[in-house]
Design a protein around this ligand. Structure first.
Ligand code: AMP
Ligand code: ZN
Length: 129
């Protein structure tokens, strides 16, 4: 069976939870949407503000992005800034994270940016024991 199907937003991988959120097929607390990008609250927030920014196009991870994706990758970053501004954390600061692959703990294989803020986020990585 072909694991992919076509939608208005481009390729959608069946059973991809973020494709379904982008298509409005499963609920999310959306904060932003345009023709290429959607942003919504993370279901398990790790900071007072924790938003996810995704492309409508299914790209599994940064490892799977190609030069064709240059525009949408830029749009993701600019959308991250916008949702940070709208959430009121642009001035106090925020962190934008992309987890790519196993060692980074990526669990949803549809590329996304985490936008975290609303408090002092501490060091970038946990201290080494
Ligand atoms: P990552 O480890 O970078 O793949 O992060 C995936 C993120 O997606 C996690 O922070 C999850 O809490 C979040 N997440 C998973 N399912 C949903 C959902 N249905 N709605 C919102 N956030 C979700
Ligand atoms: Zn997807």
């Amino acid at each position: 069976m072909n694991p992919e199907n076509h939608t208005a937003g481009g390729m959608q991988t069946m059973d991809c939870i973020f494709c379904k959120i982008a298509a409005g097929e499963i609920p999310s607390r959306k904060v932003y949407g345009d023709d290429q990008v959607v942003a919504f609250h993370d279901i398990q927030p790790q900071a007072p503000v924790h938003l996810l920014v995704i492309p409508r196009k299914h790209i599994a991870s940064l490892n799977d992005a190609t030069p064709e994706d240059t525009e949408v990758l830029g749009r993701l970053l600019l959308a991250a800034r916008k949702v940070a501004e709208d959430a009121g954390i642009a001035g106090s600061g925020y962190r934008v994270i992309n987890n790519c692959g196993k060692d980074a703990g990526q669990v949803v294989f549809h590329i996304h940016l985490h936008v975290l803020g609303g408090e002092d986020l501490g060091p970038l990585t946990a201290p080494r024991g």
